[in-house]
Design a protein around this ligand. Structure first.
Ligand code: ADP
Length: 495
């Protein structure tokens, strides 16, 4: 096998990143670039596909250059991506017919509601494990077909291709030779039956989406063709694809049933591995494909919280009571656990398990003595409480994690992780490499290319940086959770 490096591309919501790893999963070089967000109307979020492509080629070239590598040094490429974001392009020219409609975009809320009113949600949930929500790709595809002139006819004639960002990048990297995606990305489209692992004809009919648009669905570690684009500098195989949250689970070596990871970036995403069981949640969590390797599907139970690290940005940029996100740690450390003030950061509604889009944020329990430090600490605490709601929902569904592996930018905050372990009453483990998402993409590519021989080998590479053991007494934990649930009740639109 050629090469001594792996290249992982992480195409995220606000930036694109490429990382070069050696075969022991050590970072050799990396480059990152932001790209513009487009907000055409309230509730709409788009990305310019050319800006995405430009950022990916630029960081890829940059990382390869920084590593002093040539294409011949790279054994394989892995891709991970912002999930659900939807693109349709022309198979002949590669040009997109519309901007990427981003996962956060709510333009299809009314369409989703009308399908719910028609009683469609149960069938959708049974087949896909998802909800009828604008978050997922299906209704975004339908919107483009119904609103961009000429697109439906071209789609029906087989001239167009749909893809999530992974497919789009793959198409471009392989010079238009490969139209494929992996099972984790497919499982977020509302069109993929997670039980049969096939595109579902009934769902395609429900959304009026022509079958001709869809990519082939492959395992996460598979032959995805050869990247021939100039940004790589030579022919290199693409061997791995997974959506960002699933890639993080892989980067955290979460291969056994019950293993759970929680990622703290802008939002917080928890996935628990449920093995070969597609567990149906009673608590509004999603059932998703956690990974598909060698044809075997591993399912996951997923919960997401919209506001996590971004609450720190709110303290910094809107309230202007901290100068930087890390300052929140110093403040919380000197303040200690706050029991009377609660911040509910429902700025964009509440995610799982409440799914209340109309809820809005609040600061509750203020007294004459409450100050900035209480609000900052209570905001950090709110991220832990929200995680606690997800883990409680998972436990009630029958998945009770014995330890939680965390990653993402916010886990630099030790005070936060200790408080998290305390309120969850579960040990929290932080790995040495907290960039699990991009690492997961590298592992997938390395696995298929034969660099990483087995999943067990990935497990062996996982290294703990610190473990935070629960140390809070039960009465205090219970008081805090009662206070939190009372605060949530007061912001809910449907309570
Ligand atoms: P994303 O990938 O979603 O852009 P990152 O994983 O890079 O996010 O994490 C960045 C987020 O983490 C920001 O929202 C920031 O406010 C938060 N953050 C970074 N460092 C800290 C810290 N020490 N304490 C609390 N929050 C932090």
């Amino acid at each position: 096998m050629k090469g001594r490096f792996l290249l992982a591309i992480d195409q995220g919501t606000s930036s694109s990143r490429s990382v070069i790893y050696d075969h022991d999963a050590r970072v050799v070089a990396s480059a990152q670039q932001e790209f513009p967000q487009i907000y055409p109307q309230p509730g709409w979020v788009e990305h310019d596909p050319e800006a995405i492509w430009e950022s990916v080629t630029s960081v890829t070239k940059g990382a390869i250059q920084e590593a002093g590598a040539a294409a011949a040094d790279i054994s394989a490429i892995g891709i991970t991506n912002q999930r659900e974001t939807t693109l349709i392009w022309d198979r002949q020219t590669g040009e997109c017919v519309y901007n990427a409609i981003v996962w956060q975009d709510r333009r299809t809320a009314d369409y989703c509601q009308s399908l719910k009113n028609d009683g469609c949600e149960a069938a959708v949930a049974d087949k896909t494990g998802l909800r009828l929500d604008p978050y997922f790709s299906g209704t975004k595809i339908a919107w483009i077909l119904n609103n961009v002139e000429g697109v439906r006819a071209r789609a029906e004639a087989g001239k167009l291709a749909f893809g999530t960002i992974d497919s789009f990048l793959l198409w471009r990297l392989t010079g238009g030779r490969e139209h494929a995606t992996d099972a984790t990305n497919a499982s977020r489209t509302l069109l993929f039956n997670i039980h049969t692992q096939e595109w579902d004809e009934d769902l395609l009919r429900m959304f009026s989406i022509p079958r001709e648009l869809l990519p082939e669905v492959k395992d996460c570690a598979a032959d995805y063709g050869i990247a021939v684009d100039d940004c790589i500098g030579g022919n290199t195989p693409v061997c791995g694809i997974a959506g960002d949250q699933q890639a993080a689970l892989i980067g955290q070596a979460g291969f056994e049933p019950g293993m759970t990871k929680s990622t703290y970036g802008t939002g917080c995403f928890v996935i628990a591995n449920t093995g070969d069981t597609a567990l149906r949640s009673r608590n509004h969590l999603l059932t998703t494909v956690a990974m598909r390797l060698n044809g075997a599907v591993t399912f996951g139970l997923e919960g997401s919280v919209f506001v996590a690290g971004s609450a720190m940005q709110w303290l910094r940029d809107e309230l202007r009571i901290i100068d930087s996100a890390p300052e929140s740690e110093e403040i919380a450390r000197r303040t200690g656990v706050v029991e009377d003030v609660y911040v509910v950061p429902a700025f964009a509604g509440l995610g799982a398990p409440y799914w209340d889009p109309a809820a809005r944020g609040a600061v509750l329990g203020l007294t004459r003595g409450s100050g900035r430090d209480d609000v900052v600490t209570a905001t950090l605490q709110s991220v832990a409480f929200q995680t606690c709601d997800l883990i409680e929902a998972m436990s009630d569904d029958g998945i009770k994690p014995s330890v939680i592996r965390v990653d993402g930018g916010m886990v630099a905050n030790n005070w936060f992780l200790q408080f998290l372990a305390d309120v969850l009453n579960v040990p929290v483990e932080r790995p040495c490499n907290v960039e699990s998402t991009v690492l997961g993409a590298a592992y997938l590519a390395g696995h298929h290319a034969g660099v990483v021989e087995s999943l067990a080998a990935i497990g062996d590479l996982w290294q703990q940086d610190s473990q935070f053991a629960p140390a809070m007494q039960a009465p205090q934990r219970e008081r805090l959770l009662v206070g939190w649930h009372d605060a949530v009740r007061r912001v809910r639109s449907d309570a």
